[in-house]
Design a protein around this ligand. Structure first.
Ligand SMILES: [Mg+2]
Length: 298
């Protein structure tokens, strides 16, 4: 059973803050990742990472999609898993006592054909939906918001439909406005227009910022971190977790990791992760190393 705790909150506008027109997600405002000088390069600390994992009874490998398994692209319809990441993840997914979970803000129907990892668990809409093989579950509270999202789709279309390059993506359980392809001079205006819409959204929806995107979603107390922890409850005791991600929403996972787990932030931001890969192209060698270690013990 999929029985997370949840609560409804009101639809307050997000805060405007920080570089690149990115706003602080209101749910994360009080728990922003610390500036952490302890974050270490993953590639030069593989021995330490191996030491953390060797006492586990199995391994849960969680990976974000955009910016982690696939490079960020101007058009959100373009990204697919890189061939090297596909090979490395397939090896991990086929290994005994190893579970791979692809975790994304995309909806699973959109995510699965882009990742195509046989045997993987998929967590879409930041964990509001989970699928393993043909079986899938949706957060019980999330379905109720579809009428509110229909209203939001209409409002956003009326407000931003004339902005060149602005893409409005209906993800069934949430809605994302992508402004990466909007001319730079107009991008802040897009964010301001979405902020101005917030009071007109139905109760129970909230705004969450992403990389050149803003999501309108149910304000349910449920995120990637809680989804991964829930997944762990379905696994045998003693599994260690490795999680890689580049986005602010991945910080929710890093904050839930335990001693013996391994969090790897992909990028150069401040992060709660213990390790870092500065560039997306570093993900494949890391996953390849992890897969070889799992299968051969080397
Ligand atoms: Mg990402």
């Amino acid at each position: 059973m999929y029985t997370p705790n949840h609560e409804r909150r009101t639809n307050e506008p997000g805060q405007t803050n920080g570089p690149e027109n990115e706003r602080v997600p209101k749910r994360a405002a009080s728990s922003a990742p610390p500036t952490d000088a302890r974050t270490k390069p993953a590639a030069t600390n593989l021995g330490e990472i191996a030491g953390r994992l060797e006492r586990g009874s199995g391994l849960l490998v969680g990976v974000d999609f955009d910016g982690t398994l696939a490079p960020i692209a101007p058009d959100p319809d373009d990204p697919h898993i890189t061939p090297a990441n596909a090979v490395a993840l397939a090896r991990l997914a086929a290994s005994v006592d190893t579970v791979v979970a692809v975790v994304s803000g995309r909806e699973i129907a959109d995510l699965r054909p882009r990742a195509e990892v046989a045997g993987a668990v998929y967590a879409g809409n930041h964990g509001l939906e989970l699928a393993r093989g043909p079986d899938s579950v949706i957060h019980p509270a999330a379905r109720r918001y579809r009428p509110a999202l229909d209203h939001a789709v209409d409002l956003v279309g009326q407000t931003l439909g004339d902005v060149p390059g602005c893409l409005i993506e209906d993800k069934t359980l949430s809605l994302t406005v992508h402004y990466r392809q909007v001319p730079p001079a107009l991008q802040r205006g897009v964010v301001e227009r979405i902020d101005a819409l917030a009071p007109r959204l139905d109760d129970g929806l909230c705004l969450v910022s992403g990389r050149k995107s803003v999501e309108i979603r149910p304000d349910i107390d449920w995120d990637k971190g809680q989804a991964l922890q829930w997944l762990r409850t379905t696994l045998p005791d003693g599994y260690r977790a490795v999680y890689l991600g580049d986005d602010t929403t991945d910080e929710d996972v890093f904050r839930t990791l335990r001693a013996g787990d391994v969090g790897v932030h992909v990028g150069r931001r401040d992060t709660a992760a213990r390790y870092r890969l500065r560039y997306q192209r570093g993900v494949a060698p890391f996953l390849d190393w992890l897969g070889r270690r799992v299968t051969t013990g080397v």
